[in-house]
Design a protein around this ligand. Sequence first.
Ligand code: HSE
Length: 425
Amino acid sequence: MAKTMNLGFLGCGNIGGGVYHLLTEMHDEILEREGIDIQIRRALVKSIAEARTDIPKAFMTENADDVLLDPSIDIVCEFMGGEQPAASFMKRALENGKTVVTANKMALALNWPALQAAAADHGAGLYYEASVGGVIPVIRSLTVSLDADKIDQVMGIVNGTTNYILTQMTQQGRSYADVLAEAQKLGLAEPDPTADVEGYDAAYKLSILSSIAFHTRVPYDRIHREGIASVTPDDIAYGREMGYTLKLLAIGKRTDDTVEVRVHPTFLPNAHPLARVDGSLNAIYIHGRYCQDMMLQGRGAGDKPTASAICGDILYAAKHLENPTVPSFKNTDTPDSDITFSDNWTCRFFIRLDAADTPGVLGRVAGAFSGKNISIASMLQRPAADGRAQIILITHEANECAVQEALASLNPEFVKVESMIRVEN
Ligand code: HSE
């Protein structure tokens, strides 16, 4: 006998519409194949009068309680975005024993302890595959397939907007401002692009990803975050010349007792699998003691790919309603006491300097680095206007703090630091 599963939507915009259409199109096949009769009962919208017209108005309500308190609703699907009221609505739904499915990385990353506690205390499921990497099944890969492994590194292109912008800058030599303006015109970047271009979106995703991968709570505020607004076509071009491609990466690394989590523009060797992930695609590269190297790639946004991941969660939730699971971060507000978050990571560094092209300047630069025990791996010098030169260095592995100190010690009268970009292998 078929099992009926009643859904309530919180929000019904682009993603909600995608889910509505997938479930409508696939309803009979899911019923036949899985024995589950999925019914969408209510959808909370801001204004029924202004709501999208391809979804029946009969489902719609402007009162959240019609979704959160309706005893017939089994699964609440949250598509509102933003932290509030999405997080408090999800919490209320869980407290009412309803399973929650969401793609809302911001609400999850900032409210995980409360949401997980509400789920656990009320025997409700909480599923969020679409919150990181859109359709890429990275949450389930980490929580199920790789659960027995010891993951020590996750490195992801988890923001499609910035990957699109950097790809255009790389391929066409255009400026950040120029490509961003075009992306906004094409609807590929938001009118207010801050969350994407300043790395907030990637940092929320990294909080979720690294918490799951490393089995420890990674509070969002422990993540070092830099965006792409200061990246120049010159940096990208010099990096290319030296064999590297620039990406905005979300990087998590764990040793026995230390976690480092950072989002920033990063050069990767051109042959690295992530270096070839272009346009708005997302990809997550994982390294573990037993799985070794692996990469998952796919569409990180868009109504259809996101709907695919959300509906996968809905079906999984429907099959596990009596025995719900909360693929889990740890349920603590603070990181585990045995974990230290490090800001002094080790990697290589790309450094671009604008220097007076006079005797001894290179010696001063070399001296500043050798004084901090930093070894230079390769160097490029190009003449610039007004008797100046561009000096581009790539270091061997060095500590972040040592590099910052070396750069701060350069006399700006002779040597101006134009950019410092981390390099990963
Ligand atoms: N704005 C995100 C991106 C998608 O550009 O990838 C949703 O997280």
